[in-house]
Design a protein around this ligand. Sequence first.
Ligand code: GRF
Length: 321
Amino acid sequence: MTIKAKIAVLISGAGTNMAALVYASRIADCPYEVVLVASNDPQAEGLALAQAEGIATFALPHKGLTREAHDAAMEAAVLEAGAEYIVLAGYMRILSDGFVVRWAGRMLNIHPSLLPKYKGLDTHARAIAAGDSHGGTSVHVVTPELDAGEVLAQIAVPIVAGDTPDTLAERVKLAEHQLYPRAVADYVSRWRDPVALLERVRNLALAFPETDERESHGSPGFRVGGEKSGKYFAYFADQHHGTPHIACLVRTGGMDELLNLVEAQPEVYFKPAYYGASGWIGIILNRPGVDWDAVAEWLTRSWRGAAPKRLTRLLDVADEF
Ligand code: GRF
């Protein structure tokens, strides 16, 4: 059984997107579960539906509270419910920067336009007034700048003759109900998707000078030093030799360092079969919250260890400045 990501959904109104998320979560193999539905409006229709579905709810009117105080109370409810992600679904509040920054990479929103077009309000009226052929909807990562984070998925919806903002909004919602559950499912699965993880390792590894990628015993490997005399400095291992880990293998300073790290942080490191014997360590990537800066540092170190002097000398000189 796969572990499901826990999401909290924040709403202000009808909550039809929340309902779509909830019902999609009831399909076998959905990678997320909804652990909380919270609202700034105790009358929000969606709350009753969530309650009927046996989902914990929380409501707190924002009136009379500062933005920070209201956000803090919402956040406390989210943490109390054990949510790992916040999914905004028609939550009509601008969030304070601190809140957004604390949830960086773990907060999504759905916006009823084809971003980057029509950030903010009245999106359908603006699309119609502009004579656009299509409106649409976008799922994006939430960043402090309004409706400006990475767009994860979109559906375009044709504007038809006689459309009003309301008729268009209604059809866009039909598209949203398909899009949001899928986009959330894909997003929370990113950390265990071998294709996405390899892509990330590859981008880091091939950013160093004179590197190339070559398969070794069925695994992608990364080498430095040119076609003929290149030396491996990293491998990408996808659940090898019966381990559940998707990992990046890099060279340590030796067996002592390797074993100490594995003992101190068994959730981060392991000693890989075969490679472990010659001082290579596995950094586990298929877990939430991987510190990619640390992975990049390991790759740098491993690259330096394998690179010919003429390349490292340049870096050593650069380091002195
Ligand atoms: C949706 O159209 C969404 O794009 C926007 O607010 C609306 C929420 O609708 N952010 P509902 O409450 O999910 O029905």
